[in-house]
Design a protein around this ligand. Structure first.
Ligand code: ADP
Ligand code: ADP
Length: 224
């Protein structure tokens, strides 16, 4: 069955409708690309699914639990334990080394430092950036930094990774490699990926594409 299901979401910012009856679902291990023009509501949908933004109307159910029925603290705990995030610009902590950045979500989940750093190192190797382990984010290239960000998102063994334009700041070669590594790793761990992108070459790595237009989401084969 579905891991994460959103039904008929509505969200208005002031008088601007961002979501206008959007529905969405993703299965474990499935990679779904959310596409659509700028301002169509993609990021708002992603933030609602991740429990960061509360919709005005509609329901979101994760693993059988309704997000709106949880307290803020429960939603935060769920994000930390079950969700991983990748953004356009890595958003790594500049004061920490790349290894410490990847270990951070594990540390926040109570994993002891040695074990966290061992796991972090394994993920850096998997993303082929083990050589930057001791460097700070400011000392690595954009492509390396984004691989570190993907390693960090996956290191805590999340059930869902939310990726908002994860390759938006990369050239096409680096972007494709990051997408390959992200989707291969996610599939092998049965991690679902919700991927917001406006780039067709990024969506090429998805199992299914959803198009958002005017705040409504549709599977691509039904899109106009
Ligand atoms: P997309 O990700 O497809 O570009 P967004 O979800 O970011 O679309 O935005 C959908 C609409 O909601 C846009 O009109 C945008 O300006 C508006 N919007 C999004 N976030 C906010 C916010 N925090 N405050 C006010 N308006 C917002
Ligand atoms: P806490 O309440 O435990 O401090 P946060 O709400 O700050 O947790 O963040 C929980 C997770 O949500 C983090 O992984 C963070 O990266 C992500 N997050 C927080 N704010 C945003 C945002 N505006 N957009 C996308 N992800 C966010």
């Amino acid at each position: 069955g579905s891991l994460l299901v959103a039904q008929d979401l509505r969200k208005t910012y002031g008088s601007t409708p961002a979501l206008d009856g959007a529905s969405f679902s993703v299965h474990p291990g499935e990679v779904v690309a959310v596409m659509g023009p700028s301002g169509s509501g993609k990021s708002t949908l992603l933030h609602c699914l991740a429990g960061i933004v509360t919709p005005d109307e509609g329901t979101i159910t994760y693993a059988g639990r309704e997000l709106s029925a949880m307290s803020d603290a429960e939603r935060s705990a769920l994000r930390r334990s079950d969700f991983g995030f990748v953004f356009q610009f890595g958003q790594l902590v500049p004061e920490l080394t790349c290894l410490e950045n990847v270990a951070l979500p594990l540390r926040l989940n109570g994993v002891r430092r040695k074990a966290a750093e061992l796991t972090a190192r394994r993920w850096l190797e998997r993303l082929e950036v083990e050589d930057v382990a001791g460097k700070r984010p400011g000392e690595v290239s954009g492509g390396q930094g984004q691989r570190v960000a993907v390693a960090r998102a996956l290191a805590g063994s999340p059930k869902v990774v939310f990726a908002d334009e994860p390759t938006g700041a990369l050239d096409s070669l680096n972007g494709e490699r990051v997408m390959e590594l992200l989707t291969e790793s996610a599939r092998s761990e049965n991690t679902a990926v919700v991927l917001v992108t406006h780039e067709a070459r990024v969506a090429a790595y998805s199992d299914r594409d959803v198009v958002v237009r005017d705040g409504r989401a549709r599977d691509l084969e039904f899109a106009v």
